[in-house]
Design a protein around this ligand. Structure first.
Ligand SMILES: [Fe+2]
Length: 239
């Protein structure tokens, strides 16, 4: 399994508070059979402010700590990016950690705000050559109407569901929306959105995969939990 949304770096956002927590979480992922993780700390200027260089330095430490702990887990640095006005410009200035492909961005589906802001930002990000992947649309009131969801997907925007929603962590309504989005063919990835031990643990990710297999079959499970996420970890060769 490949996880493309996970708060695994310590002390940078509301994920693990220290290395002990981060490594305990990493061990759970390895034991759950997850092979690759794209680490995605929140990136919201003024709230969770960090530079790409700081993120890369912390990620290098993670790689070193995993190796020393003997944990077989390949990790990549990216971010869960909030919507802020300068985002398209910052992407062009290479200030925002994208997915390893360099062409995708994990964009947090806002919990409030207006539909037009989200739509305009999606198109602005697309206009600088990057595809927005909306993180957990099932929990955003803006996406509960399938209209906006379909509109954005038609423009190549894509959706990532959180595993917790599929196993009822946030109740029956969020589960129903999650299932509807899969039924409508609008979901490309499911991710853990884990924040640390006791906070959306890897076991939920596994349970969600089993639920998806039960309801939609092994091929859909493979696509949402392995094949599609794996595509995002492919670093293009340097020309
Ligand atoms: Fe997250």
């Amino acid at each position: 399994m490949v996880d493309i949304h996970c708060h695994l770096l310590p002390g940078i956002d509301d994920g693990p508070v220290d290395w002990a927590e981060a490594l305990a979480l990493a061990r759970m992922f390895a034991e759950a059979g997850v092979e690759k993780i794209v680490v995605t700390p929140h990136f919201i200027p003024g709230v969770y402010s960090w530079t790409r260089e700081e993120g890369e330095a912390l990620h290098r430490k993670l790689v070193d700590r995993l190796r020393r702990e003997g944990l077989v887990l390949e990790t990549f640095l990216s971010a869960e990016v909030g919507i802020f006005p300068e985002l398209p410009q910052w992407i062009e200035e290479d200030k925002v950690p994208l997915m390893p492909t360099g062409r995708h961005l994990l964009l947090e589906a806002p919990m409030y705000g207006s539909e037009s802001v989200v739509r305009d930002m999606a198109y602005a990000v697309l206009s600088v050559g990057v595809t927005p992947i909306f993180a957990h649309p099932e929990r955003s009131p803006l996406f509960m109407e399938v209209g906006l969801a379909r509109d954005l997907v038609a423009s190549e925007g894509v959706f990532q569901l959180d595993a917790g929603g599929l196993i009822g962590r946030w109740g029956g309504e969020i589960k129903r929306i999650s299932m509807n989005l899969i039924d409508a063919g609008l979901v490309r990835y499911v991710a853990s959105d884990s924040h640390g031990p006791g906070r959306r643990e890897p076991s939920e990710f596994v349970m969600a995969a089993e639920e998806v297999e039960k309801l939609w079959g092994p091929e859909i499970r493979k696509a949402l939990f392995h094949e599609n996420p794996l595509e995002l970890t492919k670093v293009p060769p340097k020309l």
